[in-house]
Design a protein around this ligand. Structure first.
Ligand code: NAD
Length: 283
Protein backbone atom coordinates (compact mmCIF):
# COMPACT_ATOMS: atom_id res chain seq x y z
CA UNK A 1 0.00 0.00 0.00
CA UNK A 2 1.40 3.42 -0.94
CA UNK A 3 1.58 6.28 1.51
CA UNK A 4 -1.58 8.32 1.81
CA UNK A 5 -1.17 11.68 0.07
CA UNK A 6 -2.86 14.72 1.55
CA UNK A 7 -2.41 18.19 2.94
CA UNK A 8 -2.58 17.69 6.72
CA UNK A 9 0.95 19.10 7.12
CA UNK A 10 0.76 21.87 4.49
CA UNK A 11 2.63 24.95 5.69
CA UNK A 12 4.32 23.08 8.55
CA UNK A 13 8.08 22.79 8.93
CA UNK A 14 9.97 20.50 11.22
CA UNK A 15 13.09 18.62 12.15
CA UNK A 16 13.56 14.86 11.94
CA UNK A 17 16.34 13.42 14.13
CA UNK A 18 17.32 9.75 13.99
CA UNK A 19 17.34 8.61 10.38
CA UNK A 20 20.21 6.13 9.96
CA UNK A 21 18.89 4.34 6.86
CA UNK A 22 15.63 3.46 5.11
CA UNK A 23 14.73 0.98 7.87
CA UNK A 24 14.77 3.69 10.57
CA UNK A 25 11.52 4.52 12.33
CA UNK A 26 12.34 8.21 11.75
CA UNK A 27 12.38 7.49 8.00
CA UNK A 28 8.87 5.99 8.13
CA UNK A 29 7.73 9.14 9.91
CA UNK A 30 9.52 11.48 7.48
CA UNK A 31 7.97 9.82 4.41
CA UNK A 32 4.48 10.02 5.92
CA UNK A 33 4.85 13.69 6.85
CA UNK A 34 6.27 14.63 3.45
CA UNK A 35 3.35 12.90 1.69
CA UNK A 36 1.08 15.27 3.66
CA UNK A 37 2.93 18.40 2.60
CA UNK A 38 5.42 18.92 5.46
CA UNK A 39 8.72 20.67 4.80
CA UNK A 40 11.51 18.73 6.50
CA UNK A 41 15.02 19.22 7.84
CA UNK A 42 17.13 16.24 8.92
CA UNK A 43 20.07 15.62 11.20
CA UNK A 44 22.50 12.74 10.91
CA UNK A 45 25.07 11.31 13.30
CA UNK A 46 28.50 11.32 11.68
CA UNK A 47 29.58 11.40 8.04
CA UNK A 48 29.22 7.63 7.44
CA UNK A 49 25.48 7.84 8.18
CA UNK A 50 25.32 11.23 6.47
CA UNK A 51 26.16 9.61 3.15
CA UNK A 52 23.10 7.38 3.55
CA UNK A 53 20.76 10.05 4.85
CA UNK A 54 21.54 12.65 2.14
CA UNK A 55 19.87 10.83 -0.80
CA UNK A 56 16.92 9.94 1.43
CA UNK A 57 16.43 13.57 2.47
CA UNK A 58 16.79 14.73 -1.12
CA UNK A 59 14.18 12.22 -2.28
CA UNK A 60 11.68 14.07 -0.07
CA UNK A 61 12.74 17.45 -1.45
CA UNK A 62 14.74 18.43 1.64
CA UNK A 63 17.92 20.45 1.24
CA UNK A 64 18.50 20.90 4.98
CA UNK A 65 20.78 18.21 6.37
CA UNK A 66 22.80 18.99 9.47
CA UNK A 67 25.35 16.91 11.39
CA UNK A 68 24.44 16.38 15.05
CA UNK A 69 25.65 14.13 17.82
CA UNK A 70 23.54 14.70 20.93
CA UNK A 71 26.55 13.97 23.15
CA UNK A 72 28.07 17.18 21.73
CA UNK A 73 25.91 20.11 22.88
CA UNK A 74 27.66 22.53 20.51
CA UNK A 75 26.45 20.43 17.59
CA UNK A 76 22.94 20.50 19.06
CA UNK A 77 23.01 24.30 19.39
CA UNK A 78 24.32 24.60 15.83
CA UNK A 79 21.28 22.71 14.49
CA UNK A 80 18.80 25.12 16.02
CA UNK A 81 20.86 28.17 15.04
CA UNK A 82 20.81 26.90 11.44
CA UNK A 83 17.04 26.28 11.53
CA UNK A 84 16.37 29.70 13.03
CA UNK A 85 18.42 31.32 10.30
CA UNK A 86 16.79 29.30 7.51
CA UNK A 87 13.16 29.23 8.58
CA UNK A 88 12.84 31.59 11.57
CA UNK A 89 10.53 29.13 13.33
CA UNK A 90 9.51 25.47 13.26
CA UNK A 91 6.27 23.61 13.95
CA UNK A 92 7.43 20.12 15.00
CA UNK A 93 10.32 17.95 16.15
CA UNK A 94 10.77 14.17 15.86
CA UNK A 95 13.27 12.62 18.32
CA UNK A 96 14.00 9.02 17.29
CA UNK A 97 17.37 8.57 18.99
CA UNK A 98 18.55 5.83 21.29
CA UNK A 99 21.81 4.20 22.25
CA UNK A 100 23.28 1.81 24.80
CA UNK A 101 26.37 -0.39 24.82
CA UNK A 102 25.47 -3.64 23.05
CA UNK A 103 27.39 -5.61 25.65
CA UNK A 104 24.89 -4.53 28.28
CA UNK A 105 21.79 -5.32 26.18
CA UNK A 106 22.10 -8.94 27.21
CA UNK A 107 22.28 -10.75 30.52
CA UNK A 108 21.18 -9.04 33.73
CA UNK A 109 20.17 -5.41 34.19
CA UNK A 110 21.88 -5.64 37.57
CA UNK A 111 25.26 -5.79 35.82
CA UNK A 112 24.87 -2.38 34.12
CA UNK A 113 27.97 -0.23 34.56
CA UNK A 114 27.85 3.36 35.81
CA UNK A 115 29.54 4.60 32.63
CA UNK A 116 27.01 2.95 30.31
CA UNK A 117 24.07 3.88 32.55
CA UNK A 118 25.07 7.53 32.30
CA UNK A 119 25.73 7.46 28.56
CA UNK A 120 22.49 5.59 27.82
CA UNK A 121 20.52 8.11 29.89
CA UNK A 122 22.12 11.15 28.26
CA UNK A 123 21.65 9.92 24.67
CA UNK A 124 18.35 8.05 24.96
CA UNK A 125 16.57 10.19 27.56
CA UNK A 126 18.02 13.59 28.45
CA UNK A 127 18.75 14.53 24.83
CA UNK A 128 14.98 14.72 24.35
CA UNK A 129 14.69 17.36 27.07
CA UNK A 130 17.62 19.35 25.66
CA UNK A 131 16.21 19.18 22.13
CA UNK A 132 12.62 19.96 23.14
CA UNK A 133 13.86 23.07 24.97
CA UNK A 134 15.73 24.35 21.92
CA UNK A 135 12.84 23.47 19.60
CA UNK A 136 10.34 25.27 21.85
CA UNK A 137 12.50 28.41 21.66
CA UNK A 138 11.76 28.60 17.91
CA UNK A 139 8.06 27.64 18.15
CA UNK A 140 6.44 31.05 18.69
CA UNK A 141 3.13 29.76 17.31
CA UNK A 142 3.03 26.55 19.32
CA UNK A 143 4.01 23.16 17.99
CA UNK A 144 4.23 19.43 18.49
CA UNK A 145 7.15 17.33 19.67
CA UNK A 146 7.37 13.53 19.73
CA UNK A 147 9.82 10.86 20.86
CA UNK A 148 9.97 7.09 20.43
CA UNK A 149 9.69 4.69 23.35
CA UNK A 150 9.19 0.98 23.99
CA UNK A 151 7.03 -1.08 26.37
CA UNK A 152 10.17 -2.35 28.14
CA UNK A 153 9.78 0.90 30.11
CA UNK A 154 7.01 -0.42 32.34
CA UNK A 155 7.31 -4.21 32.02
CA UNK A 156 10.43 -6.32 32.05
CA UNK A 157 11.65 -7.42 28.64
CA UNK A 158 14.65 -9.79 28.66
CA UNK A 159 17.91 -8.10 27.55
CA UNK A 160 16.33 -4.64 27.21
CA UNK A 161 17.88 -3.80 30.58
CA UNK A 162 19.16 -0.23 30.97
CA UNK A 163 17.22 0.85 27.87
CA UNK A 164 14.03 -0.02 29.77
CA UNK A 165 15.10 2.25 32.62
CA UNK A 166 16.01 5.02 30.16
CA UNK A 167 12.63 4.68 28.38
CA UNK A 168 10.79 4.90 31.73
CA UNK A 169 12.62 8.17 32.41
CA UNK A 170 11.94 9.31 28.82
CA UNK A 171 8.18 8.70 29.26
CA UNK A 172 8.24 10.64 32.55
CA UNK A 173 10.07 13.45 30.71
CA UNK A 174 7.25 13.53 28.14
CA UNK A 175 4.77 14.26 30.95
CA UNK A 176 6.92 16.92 32.62
CA UNK A 177 7.73 18.61 29.31
CA UNK A 178 4.04 18.52 28.33
CA UNK A 179 3.26 20.40 31.56
CA UNK A 180 6.13 22.88 31.05
CA UNK A 181 5.29 23.75 27.44
CA UNK A 182 1.51 23.31 27.41
CA UNK A 183 0.93 27.00 28.26
CA UNK A 184 2.87 27.92 25.05
CA UNK A 185 0.67 25.68 22.93
CA UNK A 186 3.45 23.14 22.48
CA UNK A 187 2.37 19.51 22.77
CA UNK A 188 4.72 16.69 23.81
CA UNK A 189 3.92 13.01 23.21
CA UNK A 190 5.57 9.63 22.74
CA UNK A 191 4.90 6.71 20.45
CA UNK A 192 5.57 3.32 22.00
CA UNK A 193 6.39 1.12 19.02
CA UNK A 194 6.42 -2.65 18.91
CA UNK A 195 9.67 -4.35 17.85
CA UNK A 196 10.85 -3.37 14.35
CA UNK A 197 13.97 -4.61 12.56
CA UNK A 198 16.29 -1.59 12.58
CA UNK A 199 19.96 -0.93 13.30
CA UNK A 200 19.22 -0.03 16.93
CA UNK A 201 16.78 -2.96 17.32
CA UNK A 202 19.47 -5.40 16.20
CA UNK A 203 21.66 -4.33 19.13
CA UNK A 204 19.40 -6.13 21.61
CA UNK A 205 20.30 -9.77 22.26
CA UNK A 206 17.73 -12.28 20.92
CA UNK A 207 15.94 -9.47 19.01
CA UNK A 208 14.64 -12.05 16.54
CA UNK A 209 12.94 -14.01 19.34
CA UNK A 210 11.26 -10.84 20.64
CA UNK A 211 10.07 -10.08 17.15
CA UNK A 212 8.63 -13.57 16.60
CA UNK A 213 7.06 -13.70 20.08
CA UNK A 214 5.23 -10.46 19.32
CA UNK A 215 4.05 -11.89 16.01
CA UNK A 216 2.54 -14.93 17.72
CA UNK A 217 1.04 -13.15 20.71
CA UNK A 218 -0.08 -9.64 19.74
CA UNK A 219 -3.83 -9.29 19.10
CA UNK A 220 -3.13 -8.41 15.44
CA UNK A 221 -0.76 -11.43 15.16
CA UNK A 222 1.97 -9.40 13.47
CA UNK A 223 4.55 -6.74 14.08
CA UNK A 224 4.19 -3.14 12.93
CA UNK A 225 5.84 -1.28 10.04
CA UNK A 226 7.67 2.04 10.06
CA UNK A 227 4.88 3.41 7.86
CA UNK A 228 2.33 2.50 10.55
CA UNK A 229 4.41 4.37 13.13
CA UNK A 230 4.46 7.19 10.56
CA UNK A 231 0.65 7.25 10.49
CA UNK A 232 0.43 7.73 14.25
CA UNK A 233 3.20 10.33 14.15
CA UNK A 234 1.19 12.22 11.52
CA UNK A 235 -1.75 12.30 13.93
CA UNK A 236 0.38 13.50 16.84
CA UNK A 237 2.27 16.12 14.80
CA UNK A 238 -0.72 17.51 12.88
CA UNK A 239 -3.67 19.51 14.15
CA UNK A 240 -5.74 16.30 14.25
CA UNK A 241 -4.42 15.75 17.79
CA UNK A 242 -4.64 19.40 18.91
CA UNK A 243 -6.20 18.37 22.23
CA UNK A 244 -3.62 15.68 23.05
CA UNK A 245 -0.45 16.13 25.12
CA UNK A 246 1.64 14.13 27.59
CA UNK A 247 0.50 10.81 26.08
CA UNK A 248 2.32 7.56 25.42
CA UNK A 249 0.55 6.13 22.37
CA UNK A 250 1.09 2.45 21.58
CA UNK A 251 1.69 1.32 17.99
CA UNK A 252 2.40 -2.31 18.78
CA UNK A 253 -0.38 -4.47 17.25
CA UNK A 254 -1.99 -4.34 20.72
CA UNK A 255 0.76 -6.36 22.38
CA UNK A 256 0.76 -4.20 25.54
CA UNK A 257 -2.76 -5.23 26.57
CA UNK A 258 -1.97 -8.95 26.69
CA UNK A 259 -1.25 -10.79 29.92
CA UNK A 260 -1.22 -14.52 29.13
CA UNK A 261 -0.28 -15.63 25.60
CA UNK A 262 -3.06 -17.15 23.50
CA UNK A 263 -3.47 -20.93 24.06
CA UNK A 264 -2.53 -21.56 20.39
CA UNK A 265 0.85 -19.95 20.99
CA UNK A 266 1.24 -21.81 24.28
CA UNK A 267 0.47 -25.11 22.56
CA UNK A 268 3.46 -24.56 20.29
CA UNK A 269 5.64 -24.08 23.35
CA UNK A 270 4.08 -27.05 25.21
CA UNK A 271 4.39 -29.30 22.16
CA UNK A 272 8.05 -28.38 21.90
CA UNK A 273 8.51 -29.06 25.62
CA UNK A 274 6.77 -32.42 25.31
CA UNK A 275 8.86 -33.34 22.31
CA UNK A 276 12.00 -32.36 24.19
CA UNK A 277 10.88 -34.37 27.26
CA UNK A 278 10.11 -37.35 24.98
CA UNK A 279 13.55 -37.15 23.46
CA UNK A 280 15.14 -37.07 26.90
CA UNK A 281 13.01 -40.07 28.02
CA UNK A 282 13.97 -41.99 24.88
CA UNK A 283 17.68 -41.53 25.46
N1 NAD B 1 13.27 -0.80 16.53
C1 NAD B 1 12.45 -1.03 17.52
O1 NAD B 1 12.03 -2.17 17.72
C2 NAD B 1 12.00 0.10 18.43
C3 NAD B 1 10.85 -0.08 19.21
C4 NAD B 1 10.43 0.96 20.04
C5 NAD B 1 11.17 2.14 20.10
N2 NAD B 1 12.29 2.28 19.33
C6 NAD B 1 13.04 3.55 19.43
O2 NAD B 1 12.97 4.22 18.19
C7 NAD B 1 14.05 5.14 18.12
C8 NAD B 1 14.68 5.01 16.73
O3 NAD B 1 15.36 3.77 16.61
P1 NAD B 1 15.25 2.81 15.34
O4 NAD B 1 14.75 1.51 15.83
O5 NAD B 1 14.58 3.50 14.23
O6 NAD B 1 16.79 2.52 14.99
P2 NAD B 1 17.85 3.32 14.10
O7 NAD B 1 19.16 2.65 14.40
O8 NAD B 1 17.42 3.37 12.70
O9 NAD B 1 17.81 4.78 14.71
C9 NAD B 1 18.49 5.14 15.89
C10 NAD B 1 19.07 6.51 15.64
O10 NAD B 1 19.67 7.04 16.82
C11 NAD B 1 20.75 7.83 16.38
N3 NAD B 1 21.69 8.10 17.46
C12 NAD B 1 22.25 7.21 18.34
N4 NAD B 1 23.13 7.86 19.14
C13 NAD B 1 23.11 9.17 18.76
C14 NAD B 1 23.81 10.34 19.17
N5 NAD B 1 24.73 10.30 20.14
N6 NAD B 1 23.54 11.51 18.55
C15 NAD B 1 22.63 11.58 17.54
N7 NAD B 1 21.94 10.51 17.10
C16 NAD B 1 22.18 9.33 17.70
C17 NAD B 1 21.38 7.00 15.27
O11 NAD B 1 22.22 7.78 14.46
C18 NAD B 1 20.15 6.50 14.54
O12 NAD B 1 19.78 7.37 13.51
C19 NAD B 1 14.97 4.82 19.29
O13 NAD B 1 14.69 5.72 20.34
C20 NAD B 1 14.52 3.43 19.68
O14 NAD B 1 14.80 3.14 21.04
C21 NAD B 1 12.71 1.29 18.49
Amino acid sequence: MGLMQGNLMNGKRGLIMGVANDHSIAWGIAKTLAAQGAELAFTYQGEALGRRVRPLAESLGSDTLISCDVEDLDSVDAVFAALKEKWGSIDFLVHAIGFSDKNELKGRYADTTRANFTRTMVISCFSFTELAKRAAAIMPNGGSVITLTYGGSTRVMPNYNVMGVAKAALEASVRYLAADYGPQGIRVNAISAGPIRTLAGAGIADARLMFNYQKRNAPLRRTVTIDEVGGSALYLLSDLSSGVTGEVHFVDSGYNIISMPHPDALKTIEDAEERAAGEVAAE
